[in-house]
Design a protein around this ligand. Structure first.
Ligand SMILES: Nc1nc2c(c(=O)[nH]1)N[C@H]1C(S)=C(S)[C@@H](COP(=O)(O)OP(=O)(O)OC[C@H]3O[C@@H](n4cnc5c(=O)[nH]c(N)nc54)[C@H](O)[C@@H]3O)O[C@H]1N2
Ligand SMILES: Nc1nc2c(c(=O)[nH]1)N[C@H]1C(S)=C(S)[C@@H](COP(=O)(O)OP(=O)(O)OC[C@H]3O[C@@H](n4cnc5c(=O)[nH]c(N)nc54)[C@H](O)[C@@H]3O)O[C@H]1N2
Ligand code: SF4
Ligand SMILES: [Mo]
Length: 702
């Protein structure tokens, strides 16, 4: 019996906690995982772990996880050899593009793409050859407004200022629930302790949320806001800061602040209050408290980006930090200095250079909003999408109006999924190509080191051997690229493994020739718990990528959106607005197939305020019918005084009862999909990001 201890960052969410994983091997037997614990020697996560980490073992052992390429013939799935699968893809896609043009093939890249570095380094090796404009991803049901506001203000969509949580005195959180999500666009393992540390050093945490979330419950103050009303609240705060002379100078070079001031002259706290349902006095007081704190940071996340004015919200968050002198300041919001820096190595981006065929939605960085995917498949005419490739994504459960998307997928000429499961989306594929599991892969976090609250870096070797005949995600892309290039007569440059690319990135990065660190894969190999490269520090002035290297406080595209905002009306009183919810034991749509995570009482009910139940004659625990413009679902309702009256909450990622889904545990506790209710026409019109929060619904007895 050999026991081995491995150290590895967890890749399941953005917190990238360090884990200590023990494997055991009896003579002649396969290696087994015998324990997964938080790594106390990880200087960043300090031993933090959440219940999902132990599911790494369950993912590894799950009999439903695909381990070889599968081809669908009618409703039967049959194994197919890798080479035959690659050849089939090349032949079908090339034929479709020849007949209907390059844009007839669409691609969708899901969330795990950013958690799996091989997908980051190699998906474009193949997808680039397709030369299609119909590219989509989970970005437009998530953080697109963050990228767009940074692109317009700072010149690069990845220059995202991160809350300096460990040094701030006042943290204002809107639309984030890090106690459940473990933080987002703020890689912050151990977030609860860090929030409590703010309080322990005499600071304050304030949460703005239509639900008294787990984070709101530990905050010093919680304000209910009407879903979708945050832009109004933030306008009211910014107006107060100007109006009451509460601004502080910034060291940053800034253009356009006077224009901002003029443009929002009508948006006083008093005028904004009816739109967000926060009393004007509270809006003013919040602005005063924020300005009075020595070091303060305003942080907005998922709940404020996935709403009708998501980009305005994130622009306003930046401005509030800027005009109070907290942008690019210790204890405020700071940009990271990662070891592998995509800000340095990529261009800033582009926006609205071309538009989608059917609804004229803008591209951002070469992608269209995923809300437009179904219509691009369903609407006939030149440029219609006939084939789709999904990569680590489950858009049927993750994007608005999932039922409409299903109808679209059903009519495709060809669909390829690169995924681990036969699920709600991939069941429509002609071919599913599964990769090795995470523990069979080496790992460098290219994405979340960029958004971490300290500069950190780590590389981990694979823990389990690669099974015979299996391919890593990146190798699948190499296989597809080679087959497609040969078939379509395109040249293909040779490539190297992801680890080699990271090694180059590390050596060429800011710590590569630093005498202390001399970062490379070889040096990281001596630091299995990761390397701490220090606290965040001011750097934005030197890193601005705008044309004149000044912060653009008043980008034209954003000011133009103020007109749309000015037309906003307070919703009618009898409307219920639906918002989402995350739970620490769940992860988007794909982690419901592990007994350890789903056991116990169900966690996918609709939450509703007791008064809203009573006024509809409904009772706690009853089955109800929830309907929206696009669809109807049945769920159990729970009375919850956590909810703001007039607001209901339903987590997304459930709805596993669809026929043909091969996930035995998930299918036993299927729940219903929130995205059978969300509306593909409800968008942040400026960016095209889906407005998943604030969906008008009706609730009646089932
Ligand atoms: N109503 C509502 N909708 C939402 C949200 C919400 O809050 N409310 N949240 C949105 C957000 S923030 C996001 S990011 C999206 C997520 O949306 P998606 O990215 O579309 O969905 P996931 O549920 O993350 O699906 C991940 C898929 O990747 C597969 N997978 C997992 N690991 C790997 C891997 O290593 N390789 C490969 N090839 N496949 C893998 C899984 O089997 C699964 O099919 O959902 C969005 N949708
Ligand atoms: N356990 C777990 N962790 C996860 C995930 C998961 O599914 N499960 N998903 C990962 C992903 S892909 C992401 S993007 C991150 C997201 O991480 P977070 O941004 O922290 O997302 P949520 O936990 O959904 O918190 C969003 C909060 O916004 C509130 N909200 C909804 N509508 C509004 C609104 O109109 N205004 C305001 N002010 N608040 C609103 C909700 O009530 C909720 O408390 O989490 C990541 N981590
Ligand atoms: S919080 Fe949980 S899922 Fe997220 S990285 Fe840490 S252990 Fe993994
Ligand atoms: Mo996300």
């Amino acid at each position: 019996m050999t026991k081995t201890l491995h150290h590895r960052a967890c890749h399941l969410c953005e917190a990238i906690c360090g884990l200590t994983i023990e494997t055991t091997q009896a003579e002649g037997a396969a290696i087994r995982i015998t324990s997964i614990k938080g790594d106390k020697d990880d200087s960043f996560s300090r031993g933090h772990i959440c219940p999902k980490a132990v599911a790494l073992q369950d993912i590894q052992d799950d009999p439903d996880r695909l381990r070889q390429p599968m081809q669908r013939v009618g409703d039967q799935w049959r194994p197919i050899a890798w080479d035959a699968a690659f050849a089939l893809v090349a032949e079908r896609l090339a034929a479709i593009q020849q007949r209907h043009g390059n844009n007839a093939v669409a691609t969708y890249q899901g969330n795990p793409s950013v958690h799996n570095y091989g997908l980051m380094t190699h998906s474009n090796y193949f997808l680039g050859l397709l030369k299609t404009r119909n590219r989509f991803s989970a970005t437009s049901v998530d953080q697109l407004p963050h990228h767009l506001s940074s692109y317009l203000m700072y010149g690069h969509g990845l220059l995202l200022p991160i809350p300096d949580i460990d040094h701030t005195d006042f943290m204002l959180i809107l639309g984030g629930n890090p106690l459940a999500s473990n933080g987002s666009i703020m890689t912050v393992p151990d977030v609860e302790k860090r929030l409590k540390a703010i309080q322990a050093r005499g600071g304050k945490v304030v949460v703005v949320d239509p639900r008294r979330s787990e984070t709101a419950a530990i905050a010093d103050q919680h304000l209910f806001v009407r879903p979708g009303g945050d832009a109004a609240l933030l306008f009211g705060m910014l107006h107060t800061l100007f109006d009451e002379g509460l601004t502080r100078p910034s060291h940053l070079p800034v253009d356009g602040l006077d224009q901002v001031r003029e443009s929002i002259a009508g948006f006083s706290a008093e005028a904004m209050s009816p739109l967000c349902a926060v009393p004007a006095l509270q809006i003013r007081q919040l602005a005063r408290d924020f300005a009075a704190a020595d070091k303060a940071v305003c942080y907005g996340r998922m709940g404020v980006s996935t709403q009708a004015f998501g980009t305005l919200c994130h622009w306003l968050v930046q401005l509030i930090n800027l005009v109070t002198g907290n942008l690019d300041r210790v204890g405020g919001a700071l940009c990271t200095e990662p070891a592998v820096d995509l800000v340095a190595s990529t261009s800033g981006g582009h926006f609205n250079v071309w538009q989608s065929r059917v609804s004229g939605r803008p591209e951002y960085g070469g992608e269209f909003p995923v809300s437009a995917l179904a219509e691009e498949i369903l609407t006939e005419g030149e440029g219609q999408v006939r084939a789709l490739i999904t990569i680590a994504g489950n858009p049927v459960l993750s994007t608005p109006n999932g039922r409409q998307l299903e109808q679209a997928l059903d009519g495709l000429e060809f669909m390829l999924s690169i995924d681990l499961y036969i699920n709600e989306t991939t069941r429509y594929a002609d071919l599913i190509l599964p990769s090795t599991s995470a523990l069979e892969n080496d790992h460098y976090d290219t994405t979340f080191n960029m958004f971490a609250v300290r500069n950190v870096s780590r590389f981990n070797q694979a823990i389990l051997p690669k099974p015979e005949g299996a391919l890593h995600d990146w190798e699948i892309f190499v296989g597809l690229a080679q087959a497609f290039a040969a078939h379509s007569g395109q040249p293909l440059k040779p490539t190297v493994a992801p680890a080699q690319m990271i090694d180059r990135g590390l050596r060429g990065g800011r710590y590569g020739d630093d005498s202390t660190y001399q970062l490379s894969l070889a040096t990281l190999a001596h630091h299995p718990h990761g390397i701490d490269l220090g606290a965040l520090k001011p750097n934005l002035a030197q890193r601005l990528k705008t044309e004149n290297q000044r912060v653009q406080a008043a980008p034209a595209a954003i000011l133009a959106d103020l007109e749309r905002f000015a037309a906003l009306q307070a919703p009618s009183v009898d409307e219920l607005l639906m918002i989402g919810r995350r739970h620490v034991r769940s992860n988007n749509s794909w982690m419901h197939n592990y007994h350890r995570l789903v056991k116990g009482k169900p966690r996918h009910q609709l939450l509703m305020h007791p008064d809203d139940l009573a006024s509809r004659g409904l009772s706690d625990g009853q089955r109800v019918r929830v309907s929206s413009r696009v669809g109807m679902i049945e769920v159990e309702v729970l009375a919850s005084s956590e909810m703001m009256p007039g607001v209901v909450s339903l987590p997304h990622g459930w709805g596993h009862a669809r026929p043909g889904v091969h996930m035995s545990i998930a299918s036993e506790q299927p729940g219903s999909s929130a995205n059978d209710l969300t509306d593909e026409r409800q968008l942040d019109e400026l960016s095209g990001n889906a407005a998943l929060n604030g969906v008008p619904v009706k609730v009646q007895a089932a």
